[in-house]
Design a protein around this ligand. Structure first.
Ligand SMILES: [Zn+2]
Length: 472
């Protein structure tokens, strides 16, 4: 729930002009971590992919992953950036329980790629999004707060830390401020991330799965009165984890900031959290200034100086950009813009291309695959699949992403369920004790807690069985 006053969107647009900006974090799909040889497989047993370097043990020394540098240059070139001839990593100092070194190796004033752009089609026109920088850093570990109702640290009984993710190469792609999108600002934000995701996928540098956190966005939004030369104060909504949420986060911030400004107030520069279930944002910490991090050049690493010939080799090997490929195929296949968008959103472009290459007519191939995808989705539950197809066609992502983002999957993943069961038991020791004594009928609230934690997506009978087995 939000206590914020809101101004209806269309009304806000009559009086204010939004400027948006996006910072996107992408986990690179390298086999090993950024500064050590630990593997990066997603979903492995906690703390099974760690070593002295990524645990920050004294005396350990980092070594740069060459493939991560190559992937970052590939991204920079595909986004029309200048590649630095010489740059350094920097230490960003802060305390975080999931960052055992108490600093993050990042890049500060010497990023690897700068000053590029990415064209994004928004409601029939092209918006050229300026790219400020593309830099490399390392990801943090993950904390799990156990025993509280919300999964947050407040109210939790204890917390667990998994360092498997600590040290995975992370690329940060920062746009310049994007003015001039007007009422399209929320959609433009979503379409930029969509285009970026498709581009990264075509470059084979990341699996870009938003639902697994390998692509995460911070969304900046500010409002200024129409006609004003100066831009307003921006807020930064952190870790927005689906395409749909990117759009909703901008929309909400516009409605909220408009109300603040209407009342004669000032928008505070701060980070905000987006809440998936309500589509609202709430205030986080007030934004740090760069000097708070006490950046300085990382003394344990040599500078990075990619030879010009290497950069040119990487440039020569870049694939056709997704936007150019879509335009080419659309012309070849003689499809409408809407048909092409639907195919692209459904992730069926490659399927149709292969079918056409095998001799089918483009119109037949398109019709057959869209029908086939709908049929496949229908086989696992008509109610859900309708939602999935609609969301895919609306551009919320491919079917997997929609299912995860909207919580439509039945949780059958045993390790996820087991974790939820253990948390429910830890949070309800009295009930667990009664069940242990043999009072099986008392198990209900534990089943309820697991169903709540999995947003009703687990199979209740299976949950009951798991809990009883755990407490036997
Ligand atoms: Zn390691």
């Amino acid at each position: 729930m939000t206590t914020d006053t809101l101004v209806p969107y269309s009304e806000a647009m009559e009086r204010y002009e939004p400027v948006i900006g996006l910072e996107t974090h992408v986990e690179l799909g390298t086999r090993t971590k950024m500064f050590c040889g630990c593997v990066t497989t997603f979903g492995a047993e906690p703390n099974s992919q760690v070593c002295p370097v990524c645990l920050g043990l004294p005396g350990s020394l980092p070594v740069v992953n060459r493939m991560a540098i190559e992937y970052t240059i590939r991204i920079g070139l595909a986004m029309n950036c200048t590649i630095a001839e010489w740059c350094r990593f920097a230490r960003k100092n802060y305390f975080y329980p999931d960052m055992p070194k108490n600093f993050q190796i990042s890049q500060y004033d010497e990023p690897l790629c700068t000053d590029g752009w990415l064209d994004v089609g928004v409601n029939g026109r092209t918006v050229r999004v300026g790219i400020e920088r593309v830099h490399l850093e390392e990801d943090t570990g993950k904390s799990l707060h156990v025993g509280g109702a919300t999964g947050r640290i407040h109210g939790a009984e204890y917390s667990l830390v998994d360092y498997n993710r600590a040290g995975i190469p992370l690329v940060e792609i920062v746009t310049k401020p994007i003015p001039g999108t007007g009422a399209d600002a929320p959609v433009a934000a979503r379409l930029y991330v969509t285009e970026l995701r498709d581009l990264l996928r075509s470059l084979h540098v990341s699996d870009v799965r938003m639902e697994e956190g390998s692509l995460r966005c911070d969304v900046n939004t500010s409002l200024a009165p129409r006609g004003s030369a100066a831009w307003g104060t921006r807020t930064e909504t952190k870790n927005v984890n689906s395409l749909r949420s990117v759009e909703r986060a901008v929309l909400f911030e516009i409605e909220r900031q408009a109300a603040v400004l209407d009342a004669g107030g000032r928008v505070k520069q701060e980070t905000r959290h987006f809440h998936e279930n309500t589509g609202t944002t709430t205030a986080g910490r007030s934004k740090e200034e760069a000097q708070d991090y006490r950046y300085f050049p990382e003394p344990d690493l040599v500078p990075v100086a990619p030879p010009a010939e290497w950069v040119e080799q990487i440039r020569a090997a870049l694939p056709e950009p997704p936007s150019a490929r879509r335009a080419r195929l659309r012309a070849e296949w003689d499809l409408s813009e809407a048909d092409m968008t639907a195919l692209s959103n459904a992730g069926a472009l490659d399927l149709v291309a292969e079918t056409v290459a095998a001799g089918a007519s483009p119109a037949d191939a398109r019709k057959w695959w869209l029908g086939e995808l709908a049929r496949l989705a229908n086989e696992d539950g008509t109610e859900l699949s309708r939602q999935v197809i609609d969301a895919v066609l609306a551009g919320e992502g491919d079917p997997d992403e929609v299912v995860k983002a909207r919580g439509l999957a039945v949780v059958s993943d045993e390790s996820a369920l087991t974790k939820a069961v253990d948390e429910a038991i830890a949070a309800n020791p009295d009930i667990a004790a009664r069940v242990r004594e043999g009072r099986v009928a008392a198990v209900g609230p534990l089943v309820g807690a697991v169903m709540k934690a999995t947003r009703g997506q687990a199979d209740a009978a299976r949950v009951r069985e798991l809990i009883l087995r755990r407490l036997s």
